[in-house]
Design a protein around this ligand. Structure first.
Ligand code: TYD
Length: 135
C-alpha cells in the first residue's frame, strides 16, 4: 500500500480474562519499532506535536482515553483523525505535519517510532515544512 496516513486496526485476542491487542513490527505496522514513548496528563487545551519528521514514521494509539490528530501535507490538504479505541492506531509516514490535541483526562497516547530519537530530523517550523514539501 502507498505510504500514506491511514488508520490501522490491530489483531485482538481478548477472552473472558480481558482484552489483548497485538502490534508487531513489519506485520501489523509497516516498520520495525525502534522507540516507544507515551504521552499522558495533557490538558484538553494543549496542542502537542506541531512538527514533521524527515525520517521517523510513527503509529499513535490511544491505549486509554481519546485524543485527535490533525495531519497536514503542506500542500493544502488536511485531515482530522479521532483516536478512541485501543485496538486502532494512526500510521504517520515521514514528512507529515501533525498536531495532537483534545486529550481526554484519561488519555494515554502510545507512540511507536521507526527511528531512535534525533532532534535534527524534526521540522518544528511550519513555514519551513511547507517550503520543503513544495520544492
Ligand atoms: P516533543 O517532541 O515536544 O513532544 P510532542 O511532539 O509529543 O509534543 O518532546 C518533548 C521533549 O522530549 C523534547 O525536549 C524532546 C524530548 N524527547 C526525547 O528526548 N525523546 C523522544 O523520543 C521524544 C519523543 C521527545
Amino acid at each position: 500500500m502507498d505510504d500514506v496516513v491511514r488508520m490501522l486496526e490491530f489483531p485482538q485476542k481478548g477472552d473472558e480474562r480481558g482484552h489483548l491487542v497485538i502490534v508487531e513490527g513489519m506485520k501489523d505496522i509497516p516498520f520495525e519499532i525502534k522507540r516507544i514513548f507515551y504521552i499522558y496528563g495533557s490538558d484538553q487545551e494543549v496542542v502537542r506535536g506541531q512538527h514533521a519528521n524527515k525520517e521517523s514514521k510513527f503509529v499513535l494509539i490511544n491505549v486509554s482515553g481519546q485524543s485527535k490528530v490533525k495531519v497536514k501535507d503542506g500542500k493544502g490538504n488536511e485531515a482530522i483523525f479521532s483516536l478512541n479505541r485501543p485496538h486502532t492506531g494512526i500510521y504517520l509516514p515521514q514528512m507529515v505535519w501533525k498536531d495532537m490535541y483534545d486529550f481526554s483526562e484519561d488519555s494515554v497516547l502510545l507512540c511507536l517510532a521507526s527511528e531512535h530519537y534525533n532532534a535534527a530530523e524534526y521540522i518544528r517550523d511550519y513555514n519551513e515544512f511547507v517550503k520543503i514539501v513544495n520544492q
